[in-house]
Design a protein. Structure first.
Length: 206
């Protein structure tokens, strides 16, 4: 497979990347935290290919990126009150929330009944997600265990020949993975530290 290097600032490249996603292909793109590689969140076979390309253990599951907060109803069975408050305060942004998943989602997205979800604070990412249907199953654009990519050239080095295209939107802002908060328990808990601190979130870390 030849991996295309698309430039987000050029006319027609977002549409080309979205068309590839709709066709079941894997596309890397920038977010606010790191470059991610994504597929249609409702395409079972594409999700399988994402696991294979990343060499990602199934126990980790695949998070979903959305473009707009209203789209959480496409993937979440419910939005607990604490999650709704965090969404209001911190989305779009480097905050991933664990919420109960809709049964309609492909089973291979997660090893349990929950799903990780967030809205990145990156206009290129959000525009692509909208064009591709509103929800992309997305993991960091590297092979599991390797250094995550902060710019398109690093993605090409890691995944050239394994994905359809890299959408180049320049370097990312944060350069570290998002903060993860589990909202499926009575008291939300930080599962992974990231750009947003426990103090900012007014939560405790596990």
């Amino acid at each position: 497979m030849k991996t295309k290097h698309l430039y987000a600032a050029e006319s027609g490249t977002l549409e080309e990347a979205a068309a590839l996603l709709k066709a079941g292909q894997l596309i890397a793109f920038p977010t606010d935290t790191l470059y991610g590689v994504g597929v249609d969140a409702f395409n079972v076979q594409a999700i399988e290919e994402l696991y294979r390309v990343k060499e990602r253990p199934r126990i980790k599951g695949i998070p979903i990126l959305l473009a707009d907060a209203a789209d959480i109803n496409k993937v979440a069975a419910e939005v607990p009150a604490p999650a709704a408050e965090l969404i209001e305060r911190f989305w779009p942004g480097p905050l991933t929330l664990i919420v109960p998943r809709k049964v309609e989602l492909p089973q291979n997205l997660s090893p349990n009944e929950n799903i990780a979800v967030r809205i990145p604070d990156n206009e290129v990412a959000r525009a692509l997600i909208r064009m591709a249907g509103g929800a992309l199953a997305t993991s960091s654009a590297n092979r599991s265990g390797d250094e995550p990519a902060r710019e398109a050239a690093q993605v090409m080095d890691a995944l050239r020949g394994r994905i359809a295209a890299v959408l180049d939107g320049g370097p990312v802002v944060h350069g570290v993975p998002s903060t993860i908060v589990d909202c499926t328990t009575p008291q939300p808990r930080i599962l992974r530290a990231g750009p947003l601190t426990a103090t900012e979130l007014s939560l405790e870390r596990v």
